[in-house]
Design a protein around this ligand. Structure first.
Ligand code: SF4
Ligand code: SF4
Length: 287
């Protein structure tokens, strides 16, 4: 049996690893339990601001087979990640089965997922036990008065919350989820979508909040204005603004500056997406 990889072999969490190690996103999670005003599902759950349709959705056994094919094509893959196209924990059964399958078949791989955090408290202990090594939590606001402008609705079981109540619930679950992960050994990255005029003046508070709750890294991602969404009219924040915000947030948390805003089925080294090359494999595995 192969030894598990060092945790610093995650190309997103450790920039030094990005030229040598890659990740495969396994698209097993089509549903979501919230509605972000910038999402039209062409963005995957880590809110990557580049149109990112997954060319297929896989069942867990298909994802395992696809991972093997991807490893044959790109042996430098060190991470199996689940990042949508919806929220992995709104598809908890498929997500957990996929993680357990990959863990059994490929114990040397790091296991990663990205979530909005609504269902994190319900699944944190199971994920830790299953061997999750890295988690990305998207936190766009730590003040529900701001959050209510970002989330159209939040669905908890059969109840749909809107406005302040939805933003309050989401924030409470994110906070609870972080508390459960603290000291677990799982590395936590906070993704924050920078939305000019909505939360750009607030991201330092997000960084301070997350640092105080044990997060390890922060990734400020510029909004990609997507026509047809409620935020389609907001321009993408310019690079100098992003750099200024990263500098301010860095006082509290190390900043990721090498994010390539990947698809929900991205595979390969960062910046060298091989999903087009593997699209045939992906659709074959989905049959
Ligand atoms: Fe879209 Fe992710 Fe937001 Fe869900 S959490 S609405 S999938 S961006
Ligand atoms: Fe890594 Fe950014 Fe791609 Fe997510 S979107 S896998 S954080 S590079």
């Amino acid at each position: 049996m192969n030894e598990p990889l060092e945790p610093n072999r995650h190309p997103c969490f450790d920039e030094a690893a990005k030229g040598a190690f890659g990740r495969a996103h396994l698209p097993v999670a089509p549903l979501c339990n919230i509605k972000c005003n910038y999402c039209d599902r062409r963005y995957d759950c880590v809110n990557e601001s580049r149109p990112g349709v997954s060319s297929a959705v896989l069942q867990p056994h298909q994802a395992q087979a696809y991972m093997e094919r991807a490893l044959q094509a790109e042996p430098r893959l060190s991470v199996a990640g689940i990042a949508g196209p919806g929220d992995p924990l709104a598809n908890a059964e498929a997500t957990l089965e996929t993680i357990l399958r990959i863990k059994r078949a490929r114990p040397e791989l790091l296991l990663c997922l990205a979530t909005n955090g609504l269902a994190l408290p319900a699944h944190a202990a199971t994920l830790i036990k299953a061997g999750l090594s890295h988690l990305t939590l998207t936190v766009n606001a730590v003040d529900p008065a701001i959050g209510q402008n970002i989330y159209a609705w939040v669905r908890d079981g059969k109840v749909v919350y809107r406005g302040l109540a939805g933003a309050e619930l989401l924030l409470a679950r994110q906070e609870e989820g972080l508390a459960l992960l603290k000291d677990s050994g799982v590395k936590v990255k906070i993704n924050t979508i920078v939305i000019p005029g909505v939360n750009d003046g607030h991201v330092e508070r997000v960084a301070r909040w997350a640092a105080a709750r044990g997060a390890h890294l922060m990734n400020l991602m510029p909004l990609f204005p997507n026509q047809g969404t409620a935020f389609g009219h907001i321009p993408e924040p310019p690079r100098p603004l992003m750099e200024r915000l990263r500098a301010v947030c860095e006082i509290h948390l190390p900043q990721m500056r090498h994010c390539t805003r990947c698809r929900a089925d991205a595979v390969g080294l960062l910046g060298q997406d091989q999903s087009p090359r593997l699209a045939g494999c992906l659709s074959q595995c989905a049959k």
